[in-house]
Design a protein around this ligand. Structure first.
Ligand SMILES: Nc1ncnc2c1ncn2[C@@H]1O[C@H](COP(=O)(O)OP(=O)(O)OP(=O)(O)O)[C@@H](O)[C@H]1O
Ligand SMILES: [Mg+2]
Length: 486
């Protein structure tokens, strides 16, 4: 390209004749056919490219997915070895993949030539760029680590607390069960000593089976009804010579056994063995109820593990189509221990919403931060409302609280990193900054807030269809290496 042609590109418009001549001598023009890759992410960055004609896309690989970050046909946009001037202090590889989507033409400059031009022509700008680059990379590392820690902390704190109760319940019930089973073995021996004949024994086993079914189907009685039923059973047992009936009656009642049922059973076993048989029945019912308790506790544990998996999206691809309701519910389960009893949680979900392409685990981070803030704002009492709805091709997730609201002088600063009105140790001021970066940079969405005393609503808006040509989702350090629009 001639110096005059080079000057028409916005990147070179302020260069002097000598500089343009230098570029013209060292650069070359290259053509690529539509559909081909110009260079691939991770390859050694050997050239700097300026688009002359045609259309291109830039994409980045994120956890195995290729994500398009820019699509443009603007003449003069540049990409490639944009960090060559940093020399060997950074890994000189292409940070993204450039593809020609139509036949395209580029002005191409070898990376080392480009680097030496920048160094000798713009020494001061070079210092500034270096400061910006290394500064923002350091900040990113710190924030990224903090982000992972926050996620991990929230997850493990919620989980340990929540898992503790059912696990302890299962341990308690298992111990009781062990005692009951030992008791049953003992009773069995007593029955055998009473020379129970085969028919009677069969009758007893049948009654036992019936009692198990009865116990499983028993509906819990009110305290008053239960005590009436216990009195009635105690009287009956007493009349029929069963010792200490008040010990047995409550268990029988909780297993749904009543006087007519017991009378039928007594006929099958015979008066002689009634005492032992009734005790055996009580043991049967007790074991059955304990096994039910263990079953509930273990189910709760596995539900929690399921929620933790859903929350962390551990077994899933990081970017995929997700149902926001499943994410919100998993987050609520994980956070339950942190929501005080005085706060009512209301779900206003529009279940007809379609699943959206998203980074699920990261969105969970967003809900966690918003719910965390809402809970903090309500000081133990109020209503937390989680809502979803659709507007056109966008989906809204809303977290609303009835707390004190955000004062107008605070409002402009809440998304700044490290801005917090909470005392040291209570808030780091990163919650909303992290959320903003996840929603806006990674999902091309938006976070808005609307607040007055007694009503604060954070709105997260996500595109329902994948975004094609939007802003670069990379953060500042990466942006330095991507095609800038001009
Ligand atoms: N729902 C809300 N009601 C009232 N004020 C809020 C609400 N959400 C956020 N804020 C204000 O915004 C500030 C920044 O929130 P952010 O989540 O970024 O940090 P933090 O909650 O202070 O600390 P961190 O989330 O890192 O533990 C809060 O300190 C608070 O003053
Ligand atoms: Mg917060």
């Amino acid at each position: 390209m001639t110096p005059a042609e080079l000057r028409t590109l916005f990147l070179f418009e302020a260069l002097d004749e000598n500089q343009l001549a230098w570029l013209s001598e060292r650069g070359r023009v290259e053509q690529r056919t539509g559909g081909s890759a110009v260079y691939n992410e991770g390859e050694p960055a050997t050239c700097f490219f300026v688009l002359l004609s045609g259309a291109v896309t830039l994409s980045r690989r994120l956890h195995g997915d290729d994500i398009e970050v820019t699509r443009t046909d603007q003449r003069g946009v540049y990409s490639g070895a944009t960090q060559a001037y940093l020399g060997d202090r950074v890994d000189q590889v292409y940070p993204n993949t450039l593809r020609a989507v139509s036949d395209a033409e580029f002005f191409v400059l070898p990376a080392d030539e480009f680097a030496s031009a920048i160094r000798s022509w713009f020494p001061m700008a070079l210092h500034l760029l270096e400061g910006l680059f290394f500064g923002s990379r350091a900040a990113d590392t710190i924030l990224g680590e903090r982000e992972r820690l926050v996620a991990l902390g929230a997850l493990s704190a919620g989980l340990t607390h929540e898992l503790n109760n059912p696990a302890a319940a299962a341990v308690r019930a298992t111990e009781a069960l062990r005692e009951r089973v030992a008791g049953m073995r003992h009773k069995l021996a007593l029955i055998a000593d009473g020379r129970l004949d085969g028919t009677r024994l069969r009758g007893l086993v049948e009654i036992q089976d019936a009692a198990v079914k009865q116990a499983a189907a028993a509906t819990p009685l009110s305290a008053l009804d239960a005590s009436d039923a216990e009195d009635e059973l105690t009287d009956w047992l007493d009349e029929h010579g069963v010792a200490n009936p008040w010990d047995i009656a409550p268990v029988l009642v909780s297993g749904g056994v009543n006087v007519p049922w017991l009378a039928t059973a007594a006929e099958a076993v015979g008066e002689d063995h009634l005492d032992s048989a009734v005790r055996w029945l009580a043991y049967t019912i007790d074991t059955e109820l304990l096994m039910g308790e263990i079953d509930d506790a273990v189910t709760r544990v596995s539900d929690l593990v399921g929620a933790a998996k859903q929350y962390s999206q551990l077994d899933r691809a990081p970017h995929q189509v997700v149902d926001v309701h499943a994410l919100l519910d998993a987050t609520l389960t994980m956070m339950r221990a942190k929501i005080p009893a005085g706060i009512r949680v209301v779900k206003e979900y529009d279940r007809t919403l379609p699943p959206v392409p998203a980074f699920g685990a990261e969105l969970n981070q967003v809900w966690t931060n918003l719910i965390d803030n809402a809970v903090d704002a309500m000081d133990g009492e109020g209503t937390l409302t989680l809502g979803t709805r659709r507007e056109g091709d966008r989906l809204f997730v809303e977290v609303t609280d009835t707390g004190g609201g955000i004062p107008p002088e605070v409002r402009p600063r809440i998304f700044e990193p490290f801005f917090s009105t909470k005392s040291v140790g209570e808030g780091t001021g990163l919650g909303l900054d992290i959320s903003y970066r996840i929603v806006v940079n990674k999902h091309h969405g938006d976070i808005r807030v609307d607040s007055r005393p007694g009503h604060t609503r954070f709105q997260v808006c996500l595109p329902i269809t994948p975004v094609d040509d939007s802003a670069d989702p990379a953060d500042s350090a990466d942006a330095a290496g991507s095609a800038a629009g001009g």
